[in-house]
Write a protein that binds this ligand. Structure first.
Ligand code: SF4
Ligand code: SF4
Length: 472
């Protein structure tokens, strides 16, 4: 029986409720009056229910698609302006005891080299990332209590935050590790993590169990209830995601929004971010074998509807996607992108020595961070290296209140200008620095608050003089 406040996975992600929702969406896919009312509601930027969003997804009417894309673009601009937050993944270990059939790190794959970084190697990776200009990382590990225990992850986080190489420092470490206990989440919180990210992969229980035949991840309830344990452990920024293509996308789309509604209903705060990876090729994995794979056009539609369904939640897209696709989804909703990513363990410092087969997935966007920054600037965006909310304690419901009131946009804008200046001074190529400085000049003029504008200008001078890490 569906109950969004329940802490039982099969009650807050209720199979029957999802199936009924999909049926209802099909029945109303051409109900113009209802769809217009949904879109009018969406315009108010208070979000949509999973039921309303499901109807938009189901509808193939050209006029509806156009309205969805146009509204997504408008809301994106309203809440995120032209800012795109930059990050990079950092793979610490690819040891894994699970049997996920879509991931090359599954324990039966004997063809990939297994590797876990030592603290010394982490330092080298972090220095390489700092030399690119990154400030925000997403830690990735396989699940292996012996080779990669929580103590190792905690020690690694400490190491990462401790490295100050030239002008570089990592200011926010998000963590994507396997579902764990409340006690371990508490330790992660104490270690100063930003967002805890865990992808559900698919919300369809039966399919989930087939795709995860062995290992602790096989336990659907333990995995699905992980975010509630994370929040019980004090982590108030959590990131959800599904791997589109593993199951029927409509089912997972509804499941994802249902999960978001559950977090808000049961814990008082919805997800901080949503990730929208699509299944792709890797060693041992052929994406074409997945008959549920979704097209580029559909992918854009999913992102656009998510944008209007959860306007306050960041949407992340990785380098799994090509430059072309990334350009389209950024326009309709994505607010965070990775750049210069390596999906191998040790891939930043020792790229050439690493066996390419050990990548978790094939990267489609192979550009360097500088090339991605340059590209974003040419498209009119302002790449942001901001991590201020984490440093200022703006997390969880405090963060959400600021976002919903629209106040956050003022600080995001100022911080994006100052962090881009920092990037431009320390890491940008000549061409990128010219573009960045032009953008900074034009953006300053758009700061509405005179006092904030004055402080930004003053800080830009200080950045010229070599001072770093200014933020609101
Ligand atoms: Fe291990 Fe994660 Fe890959 Fe599954 S998806 S095999 S848990 S690394
Ligand atoms: Fe993100 Fe906060 Fe920085 Fe805005 S101010 S870009 S919300 S970290």
């Amino acid at each position: 029986m569906y109950n969004n406040k329940s802490m039982v996975a099969t009650e807050f992600i209720d199979d029957e409720e999802i199936k009924n929702t999909l049926k209802y969406a099909k029945e109303n896919a051409n109900n113009i009056e209802l769809i217009d009312a949904i879109l009018d509601k969406a315009k108010e930027a208070n979000g949509l229910t999973y039921k309303e969003a499901a109807i938009l997804l189901e509808s193939d009417l050209e006029y509806i698609k156009e309205r969805v894309f146009s509204l997504a673009e408008t809301l994106k601009k309203r809440f995120y302006g032209n800012r795109i937050v930059m990050f990079a993944p950092l793979y610490l270990s690819n040891y894994c005891v699970n049997g996920c059939v879509y991931c090359p790190y599954h324990h039966k794959n004997k063809r990939i080299a297994r590797k876990k970084l030592t603290q010394e190697e982490i330092k080298l990776e972090v220095m390489a990332l700092q030399d690119m200009g990154h400030k925000r990382l997403a830690l990735e590990t396989g699940e292996d209590p012996e080779n990669c225990p929580i103590e190792y992850v905690l020690e690694s986080i400490k190491t990462i935050y401790s490295i100050k190489h030239k002008n570089g420092d990592i200011r926010r470490v998000n963590v994507n590790i396997a579902a764990t206990t409340v006690e371990n989440y508490r330790k992660l919180k104490e270690a100063g993590i930003g967002t805890y990210i865990l992808f559900q992969e698919t919300y369809h229980k039966e399919t989930y169990e087939q795709l995860h035949p062995t290992g602790p991840k096989h336990n659907y309830a333990y995995h699905t209830e992980a975010m509630d344990r994370a929040m019980a452990g004090g982590i108030d920024d959590v990131g959800l995601g599904v791997l589109f293509g593993l199951n029927l996308y409509k089912y997972d789309f509804v499941g994802l929004l249902m999960h978001a509604e559950h977090l808000e209903a049961a814990n008082g705060v919805g997800p901080h971010t949503l990730s929208v990876p699509r299944i792709c090729d890797a060693d041992d994995i052929n994406a074409n074998e997945y008959s549920n794979a979704i097209s580029d056009e559909l992918f854009q539609k999913i992102v656009a509807i998510l944008r209007i369904a959860v306007p306050y939640t960041g949407i992340i897209v990785s380098t799994r996607e090509s430059e072309k696709t990334r350009e389209k989804v950024i326009k309709y909703g994505v607010s965070q992108v990775s750049g210069g990513s390596r999906t191998t363990v040790g891939g930043y410092a020792e790229e050439e020595k690493i066996d390419e087969n050990s990548a978790q997935f094939e990267v489609s966007d192979h550009r360097t961070l500088d090339e991605v920054v340059n590209w974003l600037l040419k498209l009119g965006y302002i790449p942001s290296f901001c991590t201020a909310c984490y440093s200022e304690g703006r997390t969880g419901d405090r963060f959400m209140r600021l976002v919903k009131s629209g106040q956050i946009a003022n600080v995001c804008q100022a911080n994006s200008i100052m962090t881009l200046k920092e990037y431009s001074e320390d890491y940008a190529s000549e061409d990128t620095a010219i573009l960045a400085n032009d953008k900074i000049k034009s953006e300053i003029e758009l700061i509405p608050n005179i006092k904030v504008k004055e402080i930004v200008i003053e800080n830009l001078h200080s950045l010229d003089e070599g001072k770093r890490n200014f933020r609101f």
